[in-house]
Structures are given as C-alpha cells and as structure tokens.
Design a protein. Structure first.
Length: 469
C-alpha cells in the first residue's frame, strides 16, 4: 500500500518514497520551553504521532527526533526583542535553566497523557552549541554570512532558492530593516549568532569565534536534525506558522551548507482556533491547557479524539461543546467494544493484506495523507454493523488503536459513569438549584464539595452531568 502525503514544498499530495528503503527519518519542531504548552501546541504533536504509527503499520522502521528549544527564540521573528527564556526567568525571578527543565517535564507529561509516543531522540539546543557553531562556520567559509553590530547574519540573497516553499522572493523585499543594535542588509536575512548585549550578563551565553553570545532560533533545528538524521532526510513536520520564516530559513541554511536537498517531504498542521478565527497563543493570552480540560472532568484522550476527527491540515475550532461531543463519541466507541464481551487482543493483528477487508480500508484512509476523520468514520461503521462477528470487530478496533491510540478497550469510565453515588447526584442537583436562584456562593461551595469527593459537574444549557474527576 502506498502512502500519500501532502508536501508543502510542492503544494500537492505525493507518493512517499523514503531515501533508504524500509527506513524513515522524521524531524518535528519542538516547543520553546518558557511556559506551558497549550492545547493548540499539543495538536501539533498528535499528527506526527499518527504519521509515525501509520508508517509502522505499513512496515517501515521510523527514527523520530523532536527538539527542545531552550535558548535563542526571541520575542520577534525579526531577530529583535528579548530571548523568551531570559524574559521568563526575569519575570519569575528564577533560573532560565530551571524554567526550561520544568516546562520540558510538563510537556513530556502532556504528551504521555495524550498517548503521543516520545521521540527516539529529544535534543536540547543548549546541549548542541558546538554543532551550531560548526554549522555557522561552514556557512561563513562558503560566503553566506556577514557581521553586524549585534550578530552574524545569513545573507538570503546569496541563496538563490530562498523562500521557494513559502513563495517568497528575497530580492524583492525591503532592504535595510533595522535590528536592535545594527542594520541587516535585507529584510529576509536572519541571525545565526547573536552577541550578548554590552554590559549585560545573560544566564545563557557562550563563547564563539565571533564573540560571546547565543545562537539564533533557526540554526538549532538544522544542526540537530542533520546530526541525528543526516544531511538529507525524509520528513519534517511543524505548524503552518513555521512556513514563512522558521522552515524557510532552515532550508536556506541547511542547503547552503551542504549543497544538497535538506528534506524531501514537509508536512504542516493548521492552527487550533477559538470560535471562528481567534488563534490560541501565549501572546494572545487565551490559553487553554490540558490541565484545564482535566479540571472540567474530561480525559485528555477526548481532546485527542477531537483532534483526530479533524484533518491535520484543517483549522480545528475548539469549544467546550465540541470537546463534550468528542468525549461522548469516544465513550460510544468504547461502549460498542465493551458490548462485544471480548477482551482486547494482547497485540494488534498484522496489517490487512486483502483489499476487501475493513482493516485494509481503514489503513488506506490513514495512508491517504493521514485522513483520520475518514478512519474514525470507518471504525464507527464497522462497530455498528450487526452482521459482523464480534471477533472481527475487536480485531479491527485493535488494529485501529495501534495508530489512533484512543484506549478503545478501556472500560473504566463506562463503569464509573454508572456508579455516581446518589449523594453526589443530590449535591449536584442542589448546586443546580442554587445557580438557578443566583446563589453563586452556595453553588461554588457545593461544587468544591463535589470536587473533593472526586467528581466534576459539567453544566449545559438544560441541565448538568456528573462525571468522575
């Protein structure tokens, strides 16, 4: 079975052909660990997880790298502003290193709760300063760099293929854009190495051939991906916001250094938005964290279901109503499997080889640019089919769960939903009545009492629901 992927570089779906038969190298741009990852960030790691698991079902061996950005990401894409790590340290009166360690731990914990498999390699930018300096020296030797008062920059006009993925043209853009402490030659030029400001002691800075400072944001991904996957590798994933700047610059600085194609397939996921078009982000101040979902009584995999029910290249409109619908749907799939009375197989069955089999159809949908909405629809159709033997349903669900990772055979919440004690239901009803009487203090007191007992109340327009926390 062929795998078809939408390649941002060509703007079309292409048949996937690995550089090395049977083996795939994937690099995913990881988080800047100056704060918690919100659910929009986390969506960006669900689709590479589906990609990796689909590739395995198709028989490939996969090596996956996700980086940790713990230095060099400035508050502006124009290479100006303060390092996000240094700013977070200053605002919290903590060490930048401590902040990076804390939010890396939290990021990994969130991935685990979403059943996102950890990568094979997770390199930190601060552990690869030597590799970044070496890459810059290669670019310098080949004539792609110049020096300003505040750093070493890449001259994008010297790389004639600059901007082809984002459809940019470096020569036609404004020249002389100001940077904090000097002038760069062209608007699209970008920092490879930033000098530490005079008379300022940064927490994160290193000696280099050009002076004491720190790497620019983009260089880490080239240096680390090439170290762990080679100068030329198969797949690079990230968010659509990476296309015009970060990934465009990665391509330029990588191919300028090696003279070879950098990545063969570029995959980009779309944003999660609130309402019609409000993007979620730290700078927008409208974050929803995975912990917020859990506090409302939702399990993290309900969010994973919501993400999978939308194609990764489409905007995901998040609302609490949409999350509740996803939670209900996930519980519905689990209920259908529980009704078969059969346990989960110890391991998923091998990938289907017969085109007429439902398992083949489901895998074919995943192989069509990771079409998880269609795969879920097929799963629903099969599990509702009264004519299909229960054993076949269970086998298909096990094969699906090897990729979708929704814990389809977990019946614990089904049991818990039937076991809400009458006294908790009575407290919830009293809280609903207090809300109706606008006695919000009493409603809050009852809510806290219910929560201490291990339950959460979800309010709807016409009533409430009590779920296990």
């Amino acid at each position: 079975m062929d795998l078809q992927l939408f390649n941002t570089l060509s703007r079309r779906k292409e048949r996937f052909v690995p550089l090395r038969p049977g083996h795939v190298g994937i690099y995913t741009c990881g988080p800047t660990v100056y704060g918690p990852a919100h659910i929009g960030n986390l969506r960006s790691y669900i689709f590479p997880d589906i990609l990796k698991k689909t590739l395995r079902r198709l028989g490939y061996q996969v090596r996956h790298v996700i980086n940790i950005t713990d230095v060099g990401h400035l508050t502006s894409n124009e290479d100006t502003g303060e390092d996000k790590m240094e700013r977070a340290a200053r605002q919290s009166a903590r060490s930048a290193w401590d902040i990076a360690a804390e939010f890396t731990r939290r990021y990994l914990a969130d991935l685990a709760r979403l059943n996102v498999e950890p990568p094979d390699v997770m390199p930190r930018a601060t552990d690869h300063i030597a590799e970044q300096i070496a890459h810059i020296r290669t670019l310098e030797a080949k004539g792609f760099t110049y020096r300003t008062e505040d750093g070493i920059y890449f001259d994008t006009t010297h790389f004639e293929r600059y901007g082809r993925m984002a459809r940019l043209h470096a020569g036609g853009l404004q020249e002389g854009s100001r940077v904090e402490m000097g002038t760069k030659r062209h608007k699209t030029d970008f920092a490879l190495w930033k000098f530490s400001p005079p008379d300022v002691k940064r927490q994160m800075e290193w000696d280099s051939p050009w002076g004491r400072g720190f790497p620019g944001w983009h260089i880490e991904c080239s240096a680390m991906s090439m170290k762990y996957l080679g100068d030329e590798f198969d797949i690079h994933t990230g968010g659509s916001d990476h296309i015009p700047v970060h990934h465009t610059n990665e391509i330029a600085q990588s191919e300028a250094a090696t003279g070879r194609p950098f990545v063969h397939y570029w995959l980009h996921g779309e944003h999660l938005v609130l309402g019609e078009d409000e993007r979620m982000g730290k700078s927008e101040g409208n974050l929803v964290l995975l912990d917020d979902l859990v506090a409302q009584g939702y399990e993290p995999l309900s969010f994973r279901y919501l993400a999978l029910n939308n194609h990764y290249r489409k905007y995901l409109q998040f609302s609490w109503q949409a999350l509740k619908a996803a939670d209900t749907a996930l519980m519905g799939l689990r209920r259908l499997l529980a009704e078969t009375g059969l346990p989960a197989p110890e391991s998923p069955p091998p990938a289907e080889r017969e085109a007429s089999a439902p398992g083949w159809r489901l895998l074919a949908e995943l192989a069509d640019d990771l079409n998880t909405p269609k795969a879920l629809a097929t799963l629903w159709t099969v599990l509702r089919d009264g004519a299909m033997p229960a054993a076949d349903k269970v086998a298909l669900a096990a094969a699906a769960d090897a990729v979708l990772s929704l814990n389809l055979f977990d019946a614990s919440r089904l049991d818990a939903a039937r076991e809400v004690p009458p006294e908790i239901q009575a407290l919830a009803q009293a809280r609903w009545n207090a809300r109706g009487a606008r006695d919000f203090a009493e409603a809050d007191r009852l809510r806290d009492e219910i929560r201490k007992a291990g339950y959460v109340v979800r309010d709807g327009k016409d009533g409430f629901e009590v779920v296990k926390a």
